[in-house]
Design a protein around this ligand. Structure first.
Ligand code: AP5
Ligand code: ZN
Length: 217
């Protein structure tokens, strides 16, 4: 089965996908993480994606769909996946429908994390993550128990994303409203849409998502 997390930048897709993946033993597939890995590795796709991502625009459907298709074909994905940040355009949603039809994997639920735009800047500019294990944190909403030390792995190397600036958030939100928000109707039309109030605290959102996933999977 496939779970899709929809929502604007900073809504909590990564935070919640990680939790759901652990809880339900599914594989978390974040196209943002895959693209950042491609940029770091200096692959051809990464070189093309770098400037687009730093400007807060969407990387081309061709590049993103190719990366996702390759990853989805790996054996560990057969038991089920959580898509975090894909699809993000109508063309990506259609490509995904075709891929999943071939793999015989249905979309169990597409869950929209609903938040207001005003909170996004604060969520994104306060974010950091553990460079060792990838655990995400926030200066105000999710501090490590001991400052500078990762709760999960004990690592002390914390990083911030190059696109997490107040200027870039504006373009990322605009891209979301113009190109991704219409997918809510796409999945509502198929009867798999669920909506969650993602303005609530992290644990509250996590409980709601767990309940939805339990019914859908
Ligand atoms: P991507 O990596 O997907 O970034 P994004 O969509 O902008 O989402 P974020 O990772 O910023 O936010 P999130 O929803 O995961 O929130 P998080 O859990 O971290 O994409 C980056 C770029 O790659 C795009 O701009 C684009 O260029 C490209 N790209 C990626 N996929 C693409 C695609 N399919 N097509 C084309 N281009 C693509 O939470 C944010 C912060 O808030 C954290 O600090 C967290 O601790 C905190 N937080 C989380 N939940 C709560 C809560 N309930 N209350 C308080 N704080 C909270
Ligand atoms: Zn860590």
């Amino acid at each position: 089965p496939v779970l899709i997390l929809l929502g604007p930048p900073g809504a909590g897709k990564g935070t919640q996908a990680r939790m759901l993946a652990n809880h339900f033993e599914l594989v978390q597939l974040s196209t943002g993480d895959m693209l950042r890995a491609a940029v770091a590795a200096g692959t051809e796709a990464g070189q093309k994606a770098r400037a687009v991502m730093e400007a807060g625009d969407l990387v081309s459907d061709a590049i993103v769909t190719a990366i996702l298709r390759e990853r989805l074909a790996e054996p560990d994905c057969r038991a089920g996946v959580i898509l975090d940040g894909f699809p993000r355009t109508g063309a990506q949603a259609e490509a995904l429908d075709a891929l999943l039809a071939r793999a015989g994997q249905p979309v169990a639920a597409a869950i929209s994390l609903d938040v207001d735009d005003a909170s996004m800047v604060e969520r994104i500019t306060g974010r950091f993550a553990c460079a060792t294990c990838g655990e995400g944190y926030h200066e105000r909403y999710k501090k490590p128990l001991q400052s500078g030390i990762c709760d999960t792995c004990g690592g002390t190397d914390m990083t911030r994303r190059a696109d997490d600036t107040a200027e870039t958030v504006t373009s990322r939100l605009a891209a979301y409203h113009a190109q991704t928000a219409p997918l809510i109707a796409h999945y509502a039309g198929r009867g798999v849409l669920r909506r969650v109030d993602a303005m609530a605290e992290i644990d509250t959102v996590a409980n709601e998502l767990t309940a939805i996933a339990e019914r859908a999977l």
